[in-house]
Design a protein around this ligand. Sequence first.
Ligand SMILES: Cc1cc2nc3c(=O)[nH]c(=O)nc-3n(C[C@H](O)[C@H](O)[C@H](O)COP(=O)(O)O)c2cc1C
Length: 318
Amino acid sequence: MLSTRFTELVGCSVPVQQAGMGGIAMPELATAVARAGGLGMVAGVEIPADLLAGMLDELDADTRSKIGVNFLMPFLDEEAVKAAASRVRVVEFFYGDPEKLLVDLVHQGGALAFWQVGSLAEAKAAADAGCDAIIAQGTEAGGHVRGQVGLHTLLAEVLDAVEVPVIAAGGIGTPRAMAAALAAGADAVRAGTVFVAAEETDAHPEYVDALAKARAQDTVLTEAFEAGWPNAPHRVLRSSIEAAERHQGDTVAETRFGEAVIPVARFAPDPPSRATTGNIQAMALYAGESVDAVRGLRPAAAIVRELADGAEALLRRW
Ligand SMILES: Cc1cc2nc3c(=O)[nH]c(=O)nc-3n(C[C@H](O)[C@H](O)[C@H](O)COP(=O)(O)O)c2cc1C
């Protein structure tokens, strides 16, 4: 088995982390990934603390000890961080400067603290803040992209600079890409796009179909979907920008939350979920260069197994 500093730290059996993905990665996905031996993540963004606590309390203690919760710094709610830290194994942050006070808050709650970074300076700041692991995200990544260099350039710099385990993210969807990251020294890989197409996600079926038809060259790094979150580059399918440009009207769709129906503004950063109706193709269809590996819906466990078993076989052969 692929035993690394990451598997030892977190207590999982394979060095695969499923990315926290706003609106897409909920407890059902995180649980499926954890049961398959990886680290499953719940997207905590914009979920009120009491709702998040209730959601996590519904999971059994064993599952909670193998999953994490992800927070986006521009939308941070400290009460939600506290609620997560006392209930799950890992609490992590993205898209803001590393803060020691937040890392301490996570440790006080009993969880490990991770930070996803896009530059060497940010990685050093995360290590100085006391993070237990650092995710190095290259510009190949789907969703919001923090830095300006590709994964292997950043990974090499970060590995040379910090002592804690380093997780590689951005463009990883195949066993070969995973093996390459581990061979380069990463302690684990983090994948987002390939898990959008897991059976256990809340992603809208039209979004999954669009990913299955796309290739890496159909993705683009842009600031187009900026309504409510400006100056934050993200990688999407180019077709979604073109569809949003063609769309007439200020709203493109609506998403149902219980009784409430929330309009989705044109160029809003929300990806389409199963609860969304409207012009799905004109919403933010986040996709990394890893999109080549998406062929259609599959159980999350099959994705974890293919990555881990395939990478292990390749590393043996190399
Ligand atoms: C649909 C989608 C939503 C995302 N949302 C988040 C998020 O809420 N928080 C976060 O830390 N990263 C988010 N990301 C970025 C991932 O953490 C990760 O860096 C990225 O998925 C890695 O590249 P890949 O998609 O090629 O695997 C998202 C990515 C995608 C594809």
